[in-house]
Design a protein around this ligand. Structure first.
Ligand code: ADP
Ligand code: GN1
Ligand code: MG
Length: 360
C-alpha cells in the first residue's frame, strides 16, 4: 500500500525500501530509504483527523511564518507531490504525506536522563515562543475540542451510562475514582474563564519521541505536527509531565514501577521556562503542576471511556488493554499528587513567587 503512493511524490522509486517506523497509536509512519535518500512517509488516520487538508494548511501557514520571522528554525516541512499538492490521496488507502528525513537526527522513546527532558521541554517551549507573534485566526482546529476536558468528561459520563455492561461492571472502582476527581475538570473551567491564561500555538502531543535530537543529543526541532493548533500551555507542559516523569510508560501494567522523578520535573521546568519565562503569566506558571494533573486525568478518562465503549479509538491488543492503560494513568496521578509538595518547592525556585501561598 505505502509503496504505491511513492510515485505521486518521486520520479524514481524502484530502489526505495519502506519500513514501519515510530510508535504512534493514530497515524502510520514509514521510513523510506535508498542509498542516497531518506524520507518519512505518513498515512493520516482519517477517523481521527476528519479534514487532513486542514493539517496541511496549518503546516503551510506555520512554515511561512517561520521562514519570514525565524529563518534559522529547522522545520520539517512536507514535500509537495509531483503535481504540487500537499497530500497524496489514494482511493483505497487514504491520505499520505512525505517529509524529508532530517539528516543525522534521531528520537528516543523513553526519558532516562534529565538532560533529555530539558532539551525536549526547551524545544516545545521554543516552538510556541517563536510563533508568539503569529495570528491564529486562520489556524484550523484539526481535532476540535481535542483537549477540552469539559467535553472529555461528558464523553466519559456518556460511556459510563451507555457502554458495554460487562465492562462497566468490571471497571467500577476506576469509574468511581475518576468521578471523585472531577474537581480537575472544574479547575480547567476556571482556567478557560481566566484572562491570565492565553491561547497560543500549542503542539498538543509533547511525548519525547516527537522531538528530534542531533548526534550529541541536543534538541533540533519538534515533529508530529498534526495537532498543532490554538491551545493552552497546560496541554504541552502537562503531556511532558505525563510522559517523562515516570520511568515506566503508559503501557506498564506493573503499577509499582510507576514513580515521579523529581530531577526530571526540575529539568522540564528549566527547559520550558528557558523559552517561555517572559511569555507566560505568573498565574500560568503557578499552574505548572496542575498541567500534569490535567493531562494525566484526561488520558485516564480517554483510555477508560475507550474501554467502556469497546476500544473504538485507541484499539487494544487484548480485551483489557485500555482498562490497564487507565489504571496506569490513575496510579500516575496518585503518585504526582503524593509528590506535589516537593514539586511545588522545586517550581517555586524558578517562578519567583511574590505570594508563596498561592497555587492552583
Ligand atoms: P507517530 O508518532 O504518529 O508515529 P511521528 O511523526 O512522530 O509519527 O514519526 C514517528 C518517528 O519517525 C519519530 O518519533 C521520529 O523518530 C521519526 N521522524 C518523524 N519525522 C521525521 C523527520 N522529518 N526526520 C527524521 N525523523 C523523523
Ligand atoms: C495518541 O498517536 P499518538 O500516540 O502520538 C493521541 C494522544 C494521546 C496518545 C496516548 C490524536 O497519540 O492524544 O496522548 O495517543 N493522539 C490523538 O498514547 O488522539
Ligand atoms: Mg510521534
Amino acid at each position: 500500500m505505502e509503496q504505491q503512493i511513492l510515485p505521486a511524490y518521486l520520479k524514481e522509486t524502484s530502489n526505495l525500501l519502506t519500513e514501519t517506523f515510530g510508535s504512534g497509536l493514530i497515524n502510520t509512519t514509514w521510513k523510506v530509504t535508498d542509498k542516497n535518500r531518506a524520507y518519512i512517509l505518513q498515512r493520516i488516520n482519517q477517523d481521527v483527523f476528519k479534514h487532513p487538508e486542514w493539517i496541511a494548511s496549518n503546516l503551510r501557514q506555520i512554515a511561512g511564518y517561520l521562514k519570514t520571522h525565524h529563518p534559522d528554525y529547522l522545520f520539517a516541512e512536507p514535500i509537495k507531490t509531483l503535481d504540487n499538492q500537499d497530500l497524496a490521496i489514494s482511493e483505497e488507502a487514504g491520505y499520505f504525506r512525505l517529509l524529508p528525513f532530517i539528516k543525522d537526527s534521531h528520537s528516543i522513546d523513553v526519558v532516562t536522563e534529565p538532560s533529555q527532558a530539558y532539551e525536549a521541554a526547551k524545544q516545545f517551549g521554543r516552538f510556541t515562543a517563536l510563533l508568539e507573534g503569529m495570528k491564529m485566526d486562520e489556524l484550523h482546529l484539526t481535532i476540535p475540542d481535542f483537549h477540552n476536558l469539559t467535553l472529555r468528561y461528558e464523553q466519559f459520563e456518556q460511556a459510563v451510562a451507555s457502554g458495554l455492561p460487562d465492562r462497566i461492571r468490571n471497571a467500577e472502582p476506576e469509574i468511581a475514582y475518576l468521578q471523585g476527581k472531577s474537581g480537575i475538570v472544574t479547575t480547567y473551567q476556571t482556567i478557560c474563564n481566566n484572562p491570565a491564561f492565553r491561547l497560543r500555538v500549542t503542539h498538543h502531543d509533547t511525548k519525547i519521541s516527537n522531538v528530534l535530537l542531533d548526534a550529541s543529543n541536543k534538541g533540533l526541532c519538534v515533529i508530529d505536527l498534526d495537532t498543532v493548533m490554538a491551545g493552552y500551555f497546560i496541554s504541552d507542559v502537562g503531556d511532558m509531565l505525563r510522559t517523562y516523569l515516570s520511568p515506566a510508560s503508559e503501557e506498564e501494567t506493573v503499577l509499582e514501577k510507576i514513580s515521579i522523578r523529581t530531577d526530571i520535573f526540575e529539568a522540564i521546568v528549566k527547559g520550558y521556562l528557558a523559552e517561555m519565562n517572559f511569555i507566560l503569566s505568573q498565574e500560568e506558571k503557578e499552574a505548572f503542576i496542575y498541567a500534569g494533573k490535567f493531562m494525566i486525568y484526561m488520558q485516564a478518562i480517554r483510555f477508560l471511556s475507550d474501554y467502556l465503549v469497546g476500544d473504538t479509538y485507541y484499539g487494544a491488543r487484548y480485551p483489557e488493554h485500555n482498562l490497564h492503560r487507565a489504571r496506569n494513568q490513575i496510579r500516575l496521578l496518585q503518585e504526582l499528587e503524593a509528590k506535589e509538595p516537593e514539586l511545588t518547592e522545586i517550581l517555586n525556585r524558578y517562578i519567583h513567587h511574590s505570594d508563596q501561598t498561592k497555587s492552583i
